[in-house]
Every structure is written in C-alpha cells, then in structure tokens.
Design a protein around this ligand. Structure first.
Ligand SMILES: Cc1cc2nc3c(=O)[nH]c(=O)nc-3n(C[C@H](O)[C@H](O)[C@H](O)COP(=O)(O)OP(=O)(O)OC[C@H]3O[C@@H](n4cnc5c(N)ncnc54)[C@H](O)[C@@H]3O)c2cc1C
Length: 386
C-alpha cells in the first residue's frame, strides 16, 4: 500500500527483516521464553546485520539510517509476538544506548557504543527502584563523589536485560532534590554508565507475567566504585536527559505495540476463517465481524498517529504530547485486541502456551512500562488544558 512515510527501500528492508526473524528467531523464540533469555549468538547476528545500530552514528559502526527504517524494524519485531525478545532488543538499541549517542562525550560513547552496536556488549536502562518508578524525585540510589570515582549505593528493580547486560545506563542521585512540588523536585539526578562486572553489583532474576526472555532483574549496588568519567553529560542534569530519552522510549513502545497488533490481528483473522461452529466459519458471524471491524479501524487510526509522531520526531521536534498519545493509545488498544483474540479463541485461547494468551500477558505490561497510562493522560491533559 502507498504511504507518505515509507518508500521502496523501506519495503525491501521490511521483507529482509521479516525473513530474518522467520528464519533466526521464530523457530526458537518459545524456548528462549522458557529460559527467560535472549542467547548471545542472536545478539551477534543482530549486530552483524546492522539491526542494533540503525539509528546510531557511523563513527561507532551504526547505520545512521532514517527513523522510518527503525519504525520498520520495530514493527516487524513487534509483529512476531514475543514481547520479551522485543523488549530486550529495543531497550538495548532505543532506550539505553541512545543516551550515549546524544548526551555523552565522545570518549565515553566510543568506549561503549561500538561493541554495543556489534552485539558484543549489552545495555540495560536502570531507572526504576522498589520505592520509586513514576515519581523520579523519589529515586534513592546515591552516587557520592570520592576522588576520581563515584561510590554508588542502592537498588534498581524491573531492569529489562538486567540479567545479561554488560553495562547499565543508571539514574542516580548526585544532589538533594529541591523542596516543594513539581519538576524542580527532580533536580539532583545524574546518569552514569555502570559496568555490571564491577565489585558490589549483584543481580537476581525476576519472573514476570509476560515479556519472558527479557531477563528482568533486581540489581543491588553496594559501595560500587564507578570511575567519574562514566558520567553522562553534566552532573545533576539527569532528569532533563531522561525527559528527552523517554520520548524515543515511548515512541518505540508505541511502534512495538503497533507491530504486535498487526501480528495479533493476522492470527485472529486466520483463526476466525478456519474455525467452524455449527458448520459456519466464525468469520461469518456478524457479531464477531463487527468487533473485528471496530478493532481494525482503531488500529488503522493508531498506525497514522504513530507514523505521524515518528515523522515529527524525525523532523527534529520533540513531540512529547504525540509520543504520550501514541504510547497511550497503542498500548491500551493492544490490550483490548489481545483480550478479544483470547475470547474468540475460546477455551484453547486460555491455554498458557497459546498465541492469544501470550499476546494478552505481553500487551498488559506495555500500559505500565515506560510510563503508565495514567501518567500519559496527565501529560496529555495538561497540554490540552493549559
Ligand atoms: C515489563 C516491564 C519492564 C520494565 N522495564 C524497565 C527497565 O528496563 N528499566 C526501568 O528502569 N524500569 C522498567 N520498568 C518499570 C517501569 O518503567 C515502571 O513500572 C513505571 O515507570 C511505573 O513505576 P512503578 O512500577 O514504580 O509504579 P508506581 O510509580 O508505583 O505507580 C503505580 C501505579 O500507580 C498509578 N500512577 C502512577 N503515577 C500516577 C499519577 N501521576 N496519576 C495517577 N496514577 C498514577 C499507575 O497506575 C501506576 O501503574 C518496567 C516495567 C515493566 C512492567
């Protein structure tokens, strides 16, 4: 279909990525979910193909491709329907390492990015803590300067890729928060690159409802000495960097959700055409046809919102409101679509290893991760009403 956003190069790339995922990922994805990990050889393969550095600069081995090449990649990754795997890859390439591209100095980004783009060293993003997630002013992991090191103490939770990451992009408290309410309370935060091999770093695996194979971990830091040159950008500017990085994170989440819905709808369509009740395919029952028609229409609208937001982002704007809208709408729609898919698969959809059951538990996480729906509504509402 013709598109204002994609050209023939994107179409060819889509075919290439789809074939790669069908050959190298789909046959093994269920086993990786069982083991809650993405194997090292897949990271290497992704790196060799250039898929881990589509947006990264050529100076570190990236492809420096346009944003819609990444949109294609993320849609296809979403479409395969294993959200743990897509979380692992997208956290590495679109949520953690971009801080090194955009905010870190040249030495620091060279030190970590080249091997990350090759898939040899893995990244994770460690912001959330047991006591603070949406409320960044409550972050309690401290980094205290001691000579040419920071000494880091605290606990990070819900870290996707946490069990396998070689380094963490970590939000730490380097200064006291301002008193009172509002954004000033988030002063005193900084971003550090923390190698997971450093003494004092301990990680424990956490089993999640969905997103299996993302290797989710709780990570404790006990007097970890991090060289001071691992500070990303300027001291105490972490909140502003996060606010910028979170827009790409939300756009990425929306794009993955979009791809996931395409996959779920395809699977549902095949099921409704094949499954017969009283001699008639479910696809011929008007009550179901209308439900699918409504969902397909909402999906078409969601697709336009995501692509328009990506276009704004590519044009150099920071479309914070649209990123929130895209994230809110796609992730909530994905839940409704997955729920309908499960219902229309009947009892077989309720089996733990069914496509529909996996789609539902995977979709559920995305309305929380990268900022819950309530926070998206707050941001959108404030923009609309002020
Ligand atoms: C599968 C998964 C993977 C994740 N991966 C990572 C990762 O790699 N790195 C990382 O740092 N974090 C990660 N997270 C954490 C995620 O970013 C946080 O869960 C999210 O920011 C919410 O924080 P919280 O869980 O502490 O919830 P809280 O802040 O305790 O909020 C709890 C609930 O309260 C409601 N709420 C919160 N704020 C408001 C508000 N202002 N108004 C109204 N209601 C509100 C929402 O319903 C929210 O879900 C992941 C989460 C999930 C589910």
């Amino acid at each position: 279909m013709k598109s204002a956003y994609f050209d023939d190069t994107h179409a060819a790339f889509r075919e290439e990525v789809r074939a790669f995922l069908a050959a190298e990922v789909l046959p093994h994805a269920a086993a990786w979910e069982e083991r809650d990990t993405v194997p090292a050889h897949l990271w290497k393969l992704l790196g060799e193909r250039g898929y881990l550095g589509l947006l990264h600069p050529r100076s570190v081995g990236g492809g420096e491709r346009d944003l819609f090449t990444s949109v294609v990649f993320l849609e296809e990754l979403g479409r395969i329907g294993y959200a743990g795997l897509r979380a692992a890859v997208s956290v590495h390439s679109y949520m953690a390492t971009p801080y090194l591209t955009r905010m870190a100095d040249r030495d620091l980004s060279q030190r970590y990015l080249a091997s990350a783009v090759r898939g040899e060293r893995l990244a994770a993003l460690a912001i959330t803590e047991p006591g603070a997630g949406t409320d960044l002013s409550g972050l309690g992991t401290t980094a205290v300067r001691d000579g040419d090191h920071f000494v880091v103490d605290g606990t990070k939770s819900m870290v996707s890729n946490g069990m396998t990451a070689d380094f963490l992009i970590m939000a730490v408290r380097t200064g006291a928060p301002a008193t009172g309410h509002g954004p000033r309370r988030t002063t005193g935060l900084s971003l550090l690159v923390v190698d997971t091999a450093l003494p004092g770093v301990a990680r424990s695996p956490r089993r999640t409802l969905g997103w299996r194979s993302a290797g989710t971990a709780t990570i404790t830091l006990d007097a970890v000495r991090v060289p001071a040159d691992r500070l990303i950008g300027r001291l105490d500017n972490g909140f502003y960097y996060l606010m910028r990085g979170l827009q790409l994170e939300r756009l990425t989440a929306a794009t993955l959700a979009l791809g996931g819905m395409e996959g779920t709808l395809e699977e549902l369509r095949a099921h409704l055409r094949a499954r017969k009740v009283a001699g008639e395919a479910l696809a011929r029952k008007q009550a179901l046809v209308h439900r699918v028609a409504d969902l397909a229409t909402e999906l078409a609208a969601a697709r336009q919102l995501v692509h328009h937001t990506a276009w704004l982002y590519q044009e150099g704007e920071l479309p914070a409101v649209e990123c929130s809208m895209a994230k809110l709408h796609t992730t909530e729609l994905a839940c409704r679509l997955a729920d309908t898919a499960l219902q229309l698969h009947g009892s077989h959809g309720y089996l733990e290893d069914s496509y529909a059951a996996r789609a539902q538990r995977d979709a559920r996480a995305a309305t929380i991760a990268a900022g819950p729906s309530e926070v998206m509504r707050d941001l959108i509402g404030q923009a609309v009403l002020t």
